[in-house]
Write a protein that binds this ligand. Structure first.
Ligand code: ASP
Length: 316
């Protein structure tokens, strides 16, 4: 039996220590812990990596602090359009949705694309129809509205109107994700996002693009990214971690570090990623001030972190 491992993220970017009150910090840690526990519950019972990442991402989508599902950011048109993807490293089966609004958990619609259709990505009304046919729960505008996201949209639009460039796109984004390796040595990745604040209506980021923000293959690794989506797409970030392992024989940690610190950081791609390989190794590099993240393994050690230092919780 393999040793299982699980990692989650709740977005990366400019996470200013001074503006984060101890209460808010606690809430973030609790949100990450709840997501880890949801996925760990699956893995500890011998469940699959795909089920574990689904459970973790659903927990993160339900937590309004994070930019996915309930806490999704707004487009420049004042609406919310969500992207999500899931990939099974055992089979390379994948499912993704782009620009959807309505399903409580976009990741479950992506999973339905993977399991119920012969396609990899669905968008618009046909993605919603699939979610309805699957009997997935839907929510209305009031469920998804958060004042903080609305205020962020107004300030971004005001900056734009004043002709000011946001010098740090990391300020405007966020995403949630999970990667896991199960006791059978299968890996999986899932990622879900509202995208970037004030994005153009119809804009699709890296999250649902297999190989950009999400990727999984037992032969190499499972990856979930968060950051400036356009750069992740152009540098094929998640797929590049796997490619460096496969073709250059790099370790998971070296491959992920190179992609985040060289390919992305040097080309305006602020952000980070979480990755796991089929031996249960985990790495969580980021090139900006912080990344909401956490990891747990079979020893029962669960850690969550926002900046460099981490909080450790011993599980029984
Ligand atoms: N990568 C996401 C996007 O560009 C945003 C983020 O992860 O912060 O849609």
């Amino acid at each position: 039996m393999n040793r299982y491992a699980l990692a989650v993220h709740g977005g990366a970017g400019t996470i200013n220590r001074n503006s984060l009150t101890p209460e808010m910090e606690d809430r973030y840690h609790q949100g990450l812990q709840a997501a880890l526990q949801a996925g760990q519950g699956v893995l500890a019972q011998g469940g699959s990596a795909v089920d574990a990442v689904t459970a973790s991402v659903c927990a993160l989508e339900d937590e309004p602090l994070f930019n996915a599902g309930r806490g999704a950011v707004f487009t420049s048109g004042g609406l919310q359009e969500m992207d999500a993807a899931i990939m099974d490293g055992a089979t390379r089966a994948a499912g993704a949705v782009g620009g959807i609004f309505g399903p409580r958990n976009p990741i479950l619609t992506a999973r339905a694309v993977m399991l119920r259709t012969e396609h990899v990505m669905l968008i618009g009304p046909n993605a919603l129809r699939l979610a309805k046919d699957e009997g997935l729960p839907f929510e209305d505008e009031s469920y998804f509205f958060t004042q903080a996201r609305w205020d962020a949209l107004q300030s971004t639009l005001a900056m734009r109107a004043a002709g000011q460039e946001d010098d740090d796109p990391a300020r405007r984004h966020g995403t949630v994700g999970a990667v896991a390796c199960d006791a059978q040595g299968n890996v999986a990745a899932a990622t879900s996002t509202g995208g970037m604040t004030a994005k153009a209506p119809g804009r699709i980021g890296d999250t649902p693009i297999i190989g950009a923000g999400t990727f999984a293959d037992n032969a190499t690794c499972a990856v979930s990214g968060t950051g400036h989506g356009e750069v992740f797409i152009r540098y094929n970030a998640a797929g590049e971690v796997a490619a460096r392992m496969r073709h250059a024989g790099e370790t998971l940690a070296d491959a992920a570090h190179h992609v985040v610190m060289e390919d992305l950081a040097k080309h305006d791609g602020s952000g980070g990623l979480i990755a796991v390989d089929a031996a249960g190794n985990v790495t969580l590099p980021f090139n900006c001030e912080g990344m909401y993240r956490g990891w747990v393994n079979q020893d029962g050690t669960l850690e969550t972190s926002i900046h460099q230092e981490s909080r450790r919780v011993e599980c029984s």
